[in-house]
Design a protein around this ligand. Structure first.
Ligand code: NDP
Ligand code: ZN
Length: 176
């Protein structure tokens, strides 16, 4: 288990090596997949190795030259399929991708729901602590409202992480 986890971390670090997050300091991209795996493990109590590996790999299909076949060769069908489940269809427009995430969330597998929940939790935390440099308050709020719609479709999968998401959401958006 530990070996596969470290191999997934190494693969993701290599694939994201030239990418940065959108915050003012342009943080290394890999910090984000690591944050998901840490949240799942320490805050969600998740010890399922395929889920933790897929969390580390969750943005490789969408944002790098990684392919499903390569993920399957390196990590097996279960992990490759989890990553595919949480990846947007890049043939769609940005707006369609956003509405598809809301629409598809309830029918994801449990593992994919956990990764979606952790992804939205970590992105809200980033918006609070190190937001995209050029985002207005209105844009941050719009993102939080969309993320909550996705999370509403995966509720029930992990009480602890859901509570943390709710806290992050309330802190950013409040009860307005
Ligand atoms: P997003 O609005 O989806 O950008 C957010 C994504 O960027 C996150 O989901 C996250 O994705 C990633 N990300 C990277 N760094 C950070 C960070 N520091 N904090 C939080 N998230 C980060 O994508 P786009 O910027 O491409 O915009 C597309 C959408 O935004 C369109 O639907 C458009 O309509 C809308 N829009 C709204 C505007 C407004 O003012 N309201 C203005 C312009 C566009 P991941 O988890 O994959 O890393
Ligand atoms: Zn992500």
């Amino acid at each position: 288990g530990t070996g596969l986890l470290l191999a997934a971390l190494s693969y993701a670090a290599d694939k994201h090596r030239n990418q940065r997050r959108k915050d003012a300091e342009a943080s290394p991209y890999i910090n984000h997949p690591i944050a998901l795996a840490v949240a799942l493990s320490l805050e969600g109590g998740i010890d399922d190795i395929p889920v933790l590996c897929a969390a580390l790999l969750h943005d490789t299909l969408e944002d790098t030259d990684a392919t499903f076949e390569e993920l399957q060769d390196c990590f097996g069908l279960e992990i490759a399929s989890l990553v595919a489940e949480v990846s947007d269809n890049k043939a769609l427009s940005k707006a369609d991708r956003k509405s598809k995430q809301i629409e598809n969330a309830p029918s994801l597998s449990n593992g994919a729901k956990l990764i979606k929940l952790a992804d939205k939790l970590c992105n809200l935390r980033d918006i609070a602590a190190c937001p995209p440099a050029d985002w207005s308050a209105a844009r941050k709020r719009e993102y939080c409202l969309w993320a909550k719609q996705v999370v509403d479709g995966v509720r029930g999968v992990n009480h602890g992480l859901e509570g943390k998401f709710n806290e992050a959401f309330e802190r950013l958006v409040g009860n307005r």
